[in-house]
Design a protein around this ligand. Structure first.
Ligand SMILES: Cc1cc2nc3c(=O)[nH]c(=O)nc-3n(C[C@H](O)[C@H](O)[C@H](O)COP(=O)(O)OP(=O)(O)OC[C@H]3O[C@@H](n4cnc5c(N)ncnc54)[C@H](O)[C@@H]3O)c2cc1C
Length: 376
């Protein structure tokens, strides 16, 4: 049998594919990155870039915290345009019931060595004077970070290219399995490993992957330096993120280094079109105004949408696809793919090297969700 042209062929140059390209080339492997469009142009361009530790489940915590540490390690190498900033998160509690959640969250993080600070109403007001004064309090998580995802993806891909990776853009992949990636222009690539990092479109290449598109909206404002100091997220956000049926909006705002403010966010299943939905946008901005009145008086520059790749159990799919020993899956990161991209890449490269990962990989293995007799 002839030698494959590459060790790894990665389909998708979003943040997840980019992180994989960086990691596999760091291990000295011959890598090809293939995308139908551009680097970081999918959900990665639409995302907020909040590198956030989460506590929905132990598995989600482990992956987000591990990846946050990897981002921190990467920080000295990141160019300024990635706009890495450790501004921290404040989870805002609007009432006493949400304040109980602040304490529950603090206990969870403290037990796992994540620094936090419980804020009463006054302390919250001091840190974020533009918040509505009636808020009950909040939880500050100072190690959370924000960054600009498309530039982070570009940095990772270009570093991989400098190490010798091939970057093939402009033609859709029509087949990615059994050590082969086939492109719509008829060209093909052989590789020992194929990585499906096609985000919300991943199931088109790997039938049987349980991925649903979950649409989100964001708005960016003009520059208002000093208006906002932390990423602010309403504690009700978790209810919104967990809703599996209805459309939902939640207050989630981010300060950019430019002084601009990114306003989010919404979640919709079954919305296949990428057009901005003005009703959802109005609901989202109304919610933002309920927390920070000043936001609705600002001038907005642009609104856009993106598609998160959602799985039924809210954990990503990372690892070998059953029935094809060459195929690795790296998708289903929903609203946490920027955060968890680096850990995803590290888990896959450990798998390929036959090494044990720093966190248990079982909760993310695609075999947990794959149909019993999957033949790709
Ligand atoms: C509104 C919104 C806010 C978000 N906020 C955050 C946040 O604050 N923090 C966070 O961690 N995450 C956030 N996310 C989630 C995050 O953006 C995604 O999880 C992440 O970008 C997924 O990256 P990816 O590389 O898997 O997918 P993508 O970035 O979508 O990349 C997939 C790539 O595959 C390519 N592709 C697809 N099909 C093919 C094919 N057949 N052939 C060739 N190429 C193909 C596409 O062109 C694309 O470039 C947010 C998402 C949205 C929508």
């Amino acid at each position: 049998m002839s030698q494959p042209a590459y060790d790894v062929a990665i389909v998708g140059a979003g943040i997840v594919g980019a992180a994989c390209a960086d990691e596999f080339t760091r291990q000295g492997m011959r890598v090809a990155i293939v995308d139908k469009e551009m680097v970081g142009g999918g959900a990665t361009a639409a995302g907020m870039g909040h590198i956030v530790v989460m506590d929905d489940s132990e598995a989600q915590f482990a992956l987000t915290r591990y990846s946050q540490r990897l981002w921190k390690e990467l920080r000295p190498d990141l160019p300024p345009e990635v706009e890495y900033e450790q501004c921290g998160t404040i989870w805002v509690a609007a009432d006493e019931e949400e304040m109980a959640d602040v304490h529950r969250k603090r206990d969870f993080y403290s037990a796992r060595d994540v620094p936090t600070e419980v804020l009463d109403s006054r302390a919250l007001q001091r840190l974020e004077p533009n918040l509505h004064p009636g808020m009950e309090g909040g939880l500050r998580v100072p190690e959370d970070v924000v960054l600009y995802p498309p530039c982070a993806a570009a940095f990772l891909v270009h570093r991989a290219v400098k190490r010798g990776a091939s970057l093939l853009l402009g033609h859709a992949v029509t087949h990615a399995a059994q050590g082969r990636v086939q492109r719509a222009d008829g060209s093909g690539i052989s590789a020992r490993w194929v990585v499906n990092a096609a985000g919300a479109s991943a199931a088109e290449l790997t039938p049987g992957l349980e991925i649903k598109k979950r649409k989100g909206h964001l708005v960016i404002t003009d520059r208002y330096p000093g208006f906002l100091n932390h990423q602010l997220v309403e504690l009700g956000y978790l209810k919104s993120a967990h809703s599996v049926s209805s459309d939902s909006v939640a207050f989630n705002v981010q300060p950019r280094l430019t002084g601009q403010i990114l306003i989010g966010s919404s979640r919709q299943y079954g919305a296949e079109h990428s057009e901005v939905d003005h009703q959802i946008l109005a609901r989202m901005l109304q919610r933002a105004g309920e927390y920070m009145l000043g936001l609705v008086r600002m001038s907005a520059i642009r609104a856009w949408t993106g598609f998160r790749a959602a799985t039924p159990d809210k954990l990503p799919l990372i690892g070998q696809w059953p029935g094809d020993s060459s195929l690795l899956v790296a998708t289903g990161h929903e609203g946490l793919g920027i955060t968890t991209s680096l850990a995803t890449a590290r888990i896959l490269s450990d798998h390929v090297a036959g090494k044990q990962s720093q966190i248990p990989i079982e909760p993310y293995l695609p075999s947990r969700a794959a149909p019993e007799h999957s033949h790709v």
